[in-house]
Design a protein around this ligand. Structure first.
Ligand code: ADP
Length: 247
């Protein structure tokens, strides 16, 4: 049997800020169609790991291979083009545009080679907008101003704006923060829809949600892996219990 190739392989990743190693010789691997959750106390290095993958922060050493392509030397826009989408905590939707327009403007420009075939292109964009809107539970809200959406709907819209670019890896920072119980359940459903043809890497503090969604959990502590595996395994790991409850 051939082992399944990894979508993302992080190996020996280190970044120092004035000699302080925020991420220290970190290695982890994300498979295709996987929901991976990174947890860990404040300051563990979670955000820095996502910053390194999307090229916002440069690694001091180590490598990040994505579909076999080395990312550490690429610029942020090249990493997006390689298929990595990142949603930040602060929403970046356009309040004065409709849901449809927010999705439409996020469609990658320059993807249609035959620019002269405007009709074909528009139809493609429209189809894709409808497809994504359905996925993010907003197909009945396409003409609504984004400003009128609930907090949770705004978060889904922003996820939709990334999905329309068809990334192979979607990185989300605390996707259910501030959401209602029903919005959280639907977000779990959304993530399970998303991973049908891509993978998701999530930073999350809400352990109930982690339990609901994670295929595998990576516990970070002081820039290194403290524990890794199923939620069941890591939550019973004495090292994890000590970091979360100990002192
Ligand atoms: P987490 O997301 O797990 O809370 P972070 O990745 O934000 O942790 O931060 C990890 C550590 O790295 C913290 O001690 C933080 O202060 C430090 N850090 C992060 N970014 C920088 C930076 N640009 N310059 C200096 N220190 C930083």
């Amino acid at each position: 049997h051939q082992p399944k190739p990894f979508l993302l392989a992080v190996e020996g990743l280190t970044v120092s800020f004035d000699g302080f190693k925020a991420v220290n010789d970190l290695s982890f691997y994300v498979e295709e169609n996987e929901i991976r959750v990174i947890i860990g106390p404040n300051g563990a290095g979670k955000t820095t790991v996502l910053d390194l993958i999307c090229g916002k922060t440069r690694a001091t050493s180590g490598k990040i291979e994505f579909r076999g392509k080395e990312l550490t030397k690429l610029k942020e826009n090249q990493i997006v083009k390689a298929g990595v989408g990142r949603k930040f905590q602060t929403p970046s939707i356009y309040d004065d545009l409709t849901v449809f327009e927010n999705l439409e403007i996020s469609f990658p420009r320059g993807r249609t080679v035959f620019g002269a075939l405007t009709f074909t292109r528009d139809a493609t964009v429209r189809d894709r907008v409808h497809e994504v809107a359905e996925m993010i539970f907003l197909k009945d809200r396409l003409d609504m101003s984004a400003a009128l959406l609930s907090h949770g709907q705004k978060q889904w819209l922003e996820i939709g704006m990334l999905l329309i670019q068809d990334p192979d890896l979607l990185m989300l920072d605390e996707p259910v923060a501030g959401m209602s119980v029903s919005e959280r359940a639907k977000t779990a459903e959304l993530l399970n829809r998303i991973i049908k043809d891509r993978s998701v890497l999530v930073i999350e503090h809400d352990m109930k949600f982690v339990e609901d969604i994670a295929h595998k959990v990576t516990v970070l502590h002081q820039g290194q892996i403290l524990s890794e595996g199923t939620m069941e395994k890591v939550k019973n790991d004495p090292k994890v219990i000590e970091v979360y409850l100990g002192h």
